[in-house]
Design a protein around this ligand. Structure first.
Ligand SMILES: Cc1ncc(COP(=O)(O)O)c(C=O)c1O
Length: 360
């Protein structure tokens, strides 16, 4: 059908006092071209947050709750161990609110992430990859203890799952009010998303199946092996089932305390493992066939959603979390095979008309 009018927009009907006021209220978007025709598949696109990931929610929650409790004083330095998105979210929030930020990060994570945090004014302290997530975590704690800094503690703080209970989950309820919601699909990093959202869905949408995913070569939950814990609920060491995996932001080398609540409450119906290469394939398909640009963890969550969609009863409605933007992965294997120079096809196309050929 030919549209009768051009697309117009009218503004949001409000002015914003700060970038942090734009966090949340991300859209659920139907995926049509790659999804089976007899079900409806939606993605909740967390890259609409101002620093382009789900972790903006956690960042504002940690900082504002610490301010409220008096745990964070004006101008005090914030420190955190993060594989990237939490650091980028915290850097955005700390810049907007005037707190210095120091981030510790294993040197295995993407260059873009380091540069983005530094661009946003944070200091990035690299830790050896051999020391894994546990090493970067211990380094943040060491620095906090030595300097009297505020340690954000994303893996243990109640402010993590709470913000997903109060925002992400409320948004899902509102957007699917009066509609079916048969499956909600997520991965986990800290577990904040699944723990917070599941509290609400279990209570208010008990028919919704909650599906969690983890990397095929790092099945921490799937192993059934309990996590050793030290003081303050922090991990006591690396989990024996962990192996390095390419789904950045997912499944650290320990089961976070924030996630433990969801495990103990049986807050999810199934855990479906997914392999890194499959995750990347679906991230590329979402970009090239739907125009939806998400990272590896988004591709992983979507891969699982598509498996479910293929088997779901006709008419089912599925919602998949997309945690961040694909732009964060330009230097990673996600972009393998995406050339910088013109391909033979492109050269041939260029030569097919007379003007503006490249030299050589
Ligand atoms: C890219 C990416 N995907 C998924 C997640 C998982 O989110 P959560 O920490 O709420 O479990 C994170 C955060 O760790 C992330 O950075």
């Amino acid at each position: 059908m030919t549209p009768t009018t051009s697309r117009t927009t009218n503004g949001r009907g409000r002015l914003y006092d700060s970038i942090v006021d734009t966090i949340g209220d991300t859209p659920c978007i139907r995926v049509r071209r790659v999804a089976p025709p007899n079900v409806r598949v939606y993605v909740k696109a967390e890259f609409f947050n101002p620093a382009a990931s789900v972790k903006d929610r956690l960042a504002i929650s940690i900082i504002e709750e610490a301010e409220r409790r008096g745990d964070l004083t004006p101008g005090q330095t914030v420190v955190e161990a993060t594989s990237g998105n939490t650091g980028i979210g915290l850097a955005m929030v700390c810049a907007a609110k005037g707190y210095p930020l120091v981030v510790t990060m294993a040197d295995s994570f993407s260059i873009e992430r380091r540069k983005l945090m530094r661009f946003l004014g944070a200091k990035v302290i690299l830790t050896p990859r051999a020391a894994k997530g546990f090493g970067m975590y211990q380094k943040a704690k060491e620095l906090a203890d030595a300097n009297g800094w505020f340690l954000a503690r994303q893996f243990e703080t109640v402010d993590n799952a709470n913000v997903h209970e109060n925002t992400t989950a409320r948004e899902i309820l509102a957007d699917f009010a009066g509609d079916r919601l048969d499956y909600w699909v997520s991965g986990y990093g800290t577990g904040g998303t699944v723990t917070g959202v599941s509290r609400v869905l279990r209570r208010e949408r008990p028919e919704t199946k909650i599906i969690l995913s983890e990397p095929a070569n790092a099945q921490l939950i799937g192993s059934g092996i309990a996590q050793a814990r030290g003081t303050d609920h922090a991990p006591g060491g690396s989990h024996p089932s962990w192996e390095p995996h390419p789904i950045q932001g997912w499944t650290p080398d320990f089961i976070p305390y924030v996630l433990q609540e969801a495990i103990d409450r049986s807050a999810f119906d199934r855990v479906i493992p997914i392999a890194g290469p499959v995750a990347m394939e679906w991230s590329r398909k979402l970009a090239q066939q739907e125009g939806i640009f998400t990272g590896v963890s988004g591709g992983a969550t979507f891969a699982v959603t598509m498996q479910l969609a293929e088997q779901a009863a006709p008419g089912s409605v599925l919602l998949c979390m997309l945690p961040d933007t694909g732009e964060r992965y330009l230097s990673t294997p996600l972009f393998d095979g995406i050339p910088v120079e013109m391909t033979d096809d492109e050269v041939e196309l260029s030569r097919s008309t007379p003007g503006y050929h490249m030299e050589g």
